[in-house]
Design a protein around this ligand. Sequence first.
Ligand SMILES: [Zn+2]
Length: 254
Amino acid sequence: MDSSLFISMVWKMGLERYQRQILVKEFGKKGQEILSRKHIVIIGGGGLGSNSSELLVRLGVGRIDIVDDDPVEITNLHRTSLFNEEDVGQFKCQILEEKLQKINSEITIRGIQRRVTKENILSIVKNADIILDGTDNMQTRFLINDISIKNDIPWIYAGVYSTVGMVMGILPKKTPCLKCISQSIPEKTGETPVLGNLTSITASIQCTEAIKLLLGKQLSGLIIYNIWKQQFEQINIQKNPTCSCCEKEIYESL
Ligand SMILES: [Zn+2]
């Protein structure tokens, strides 16, 4: 199609804000339409969650819930998105809802001020097309993993440590789950060191895996990025045939 004709068609459809994105051949108008119908729940609105939520809002995902019960702290500002000094002391989910809605008024954004527990997680994620991990602890990640595998809701794990970011998209029963790879994830003790700019690139990789998953494309396995050494690894790991979660259906966190 002639490019000027294409651009006028995009404008008529009210998609002009996504004009440059729709030109991406891997994505296109179909990708934009699919995203507009999807619902993503982000658990955690800090370093990863705030960056991922901003990217998804700008990309045009139709409905986004951000679940977090912590206030913004001054120590969050070096690695988060959208928060400023005036926001310190206010709840992250409320600040994100307010600021993100100003970026894109055509989508639905909800800040949910709750701590995710085994008692409430199903009610929070049951209508999600994907869950995004914006947490900072393995306990909550194993809870997300269990609810995801049990209820067939895909999720995208992401973690940051020092200068290393890790991301893995998980399709229940089809790809390895977090329990399958848990021995590859380093145990953390004490306060986690994080170079401030690591979270934005890790969130960006996480959002790319989320879009690919929503568009039915192949995921990239376990992605490990060292921002200091500029090393990018993509590891195609296999499911653990004796995994207690995705094989034996034992949901220890629920
Ligand atoms: Zn597994």
